[in-house]
Design a protein around this ligand. Sequence first.
Ligand SMILES: [Fe+2]
Ligand SMILES: [Fe+2]
Length: 289
Amino acid sequence: MSSTTISSEIGSNPGRIQARKFKVDFSPEKLERIWIEDDPFLTAWLNAYTMTIPDGESLIVRTLRYYLDDLDSPHLRNEVLGLVGQELTHSQGHRKFLQLLRDKGYQVDRLFKFVHFLNTKILEPTSVPITRLAFVVGIERINELIAEISLRSGKLSSAPPEARILYEWHFAEEIEHKSVAFDLYKAISGNKVILTYGIAMCYLFNLTYLVWFTATFLWQDRRFFSLKTWKRAFGYFFLEEKFLLRVTQGCLQVFKSGFHPSQTQNGDLAQHILSHREITVETVGMVQT
Ligand SMILES: [Fe+2]
Ligand SMILES: [Fe+2]
């Protein structure tokens, strides 16, 4: 299926999940280097999250496109098209934010290219489509959990508008489309062994990338050897946000019998943002990966 065909399908998708366009002025002078709550760790962590998005979301889009023609259910097809549209706009938004980080002087390209090589030349070609779909279920689950942790903490409300809109909008849509990849996986295969492998790999790689990128940003901000920063990191992982416990538990929940992502009570977080933020709902016309 060509990009043009998918593009027009996304544009005319009548489904529940729609890609939204948003306009944010990403000018470097509007963003301090430490842009959230005078918190160098959380700033570096969210910058690191942006670094993981372009590759992760491109993998999601390529994988979903592969299965699109096999779908008989018009409802699931519309959901998948909506997810593809949302991931494309997330990728575009974070690429712009990444450029802003470059403009602010961060040196990220060598690391970014190395990880891109690892993802696209080694991990992806050595896996089969159903394994990639299991990775995608893992990426979507982890994205949903990071979204829930970030939105529940309320910390983004103190971020400058251009960063706040990007992250809140992205996190809200991750919660909104949290079930789609899981439903697609169940419709295509449902094999639990492959799903376990996909989620475990995704957990390991995602967390490794996040910690590695965060350390890179902290190093470049000359905060790497700050005790205060690492106390905050410890708090983020184990005490305040309890990131490690919540993400680990959230991934393990997928293997409980009868699990479905819709059982997680976090829809209120997404609805609050999607109905209150100034995000115009427009269909996306261009599709690029
Ligand atoms: Fe996304
Ligand atoms: Fe997603």
